[in-house]
Design a protein. Structure first.
Length: 273
């Protein structure tokens, strides 16, 4: 069983809980929506799922319905007792903690088990959290995240797209990503003022390019810091003129025009500082 809108409203009222704007709390209150998200997550018996930002447990219950083993992370200590009451009977493990500060290796084990991350991510942590999991938590092999539409566009953008930026390159380095759905504001309590996107991220078996990681993302950050400048100016002091030619990258290009392969070639021809 998942939570209806009237149940969510009653829970908030009976527990004296006011959704926190600072924590980006907008609770999903539509059983059809959370079951659709669970289907997009493609999990079932034998799968291990870590949900971030479990809230009142609407999506948590839908994920547990699939037969997957679910661990739910929730930051708000005021919500955790209510969450436990609702989802622990379904076999869910609840952990109170900040997803940006968790010891993921202790939580997910030694890396032999593969995990799927799912969650309704607040705007202010979505990008750093996804980047951190890609960089540091290889046990998470797939993600299905609900984020503000603009954030979803950035995560899934390719070279030349208006939303393409440094985080898009980071995602492309580690994974493939695509927008798989839209979630309207009407299914949340309280209703946000923006549309939400569902983004599927699948980790590659190996990084997309064989280039020194630190060097690569030093260039990427510098390139997008002044994204309207030509690369010969944006990367001045980092990339020698002859490196552009060797890498097959026009020095007159801008950061948003380079895909992960081009960034990788440029990093490979750039000396280590």
């Amino acid at each position: 069983m998942t939570l209806t809108r009237s149940q969510v409203v009653r829970l908030l009222s009976s527990q004296g809980i006011r959704p926190s704007r600072a924590l980006g709390q907008n609770f999903v209150a539509d059983p059809n929506t959370v079951r659709r998200i669970a289907r997009f997550a493609q999990v079932g018996p034998g799968d291990r799922v870590v949900e971030i930002g479990a809230g009142l447990g609407s999506l948590t219950l839908a994920l547990a319905e699939t037969g997957a083993s679910v661990t739910a992370i929730e930051l708000d200590r005021h919500l955790v007792p209510v969450l436990r009451t609702l989802v622990e009977p379904a076999g869910v493990e609840v952990i109170q903690g900040d997803a940006l500060r968790l010891d993921w290796s202790s939580l997910l084990g030694d890396g032999e088990d593969e995990w799927v991350m799912a969650g309704n991510l607040p705007y202010n942590i979505a990008t750093p959290l996804v980047a951190n999991l890609l960089d540091r938590v290889p046990a998470v092999r797939r993600m299905l995240v609900m984020v503000q539409w603009e954030v979803g566009e950035r995560l899934a953008a390719g070279a030349g797209d208006e939303a393409y930026g440094a985080v898009s390159v980071k995602v492309s380095y580690w994974a493939t990503a695509r927008l798989v759905g839209m979630v309207p504001p009407t299914v949340f309590v309280p209703q946000p003022r923006v549309q939400s996107a569902l983004v599927e991220i699948r980790r590659r078996p190996e990084p997309a390019v064989d280039a020194p990681y630190d060097r690569l993302f030093t260039l990427v950050r510098a390139g997008f810091a002044t994204r309207r400048k030509m690369l010969r100016r944006a990367l001045a002091g980092l990339v020698k003129p002859e490196a552009f030619e060797a890498a097959g990258v026009p020095p007159t290009a801008r950061a948003e025009e380079l895909d992960i392969e081009a960034w990788g070639r440029l990093a490979a021809w750039t000396p280590q500082p």
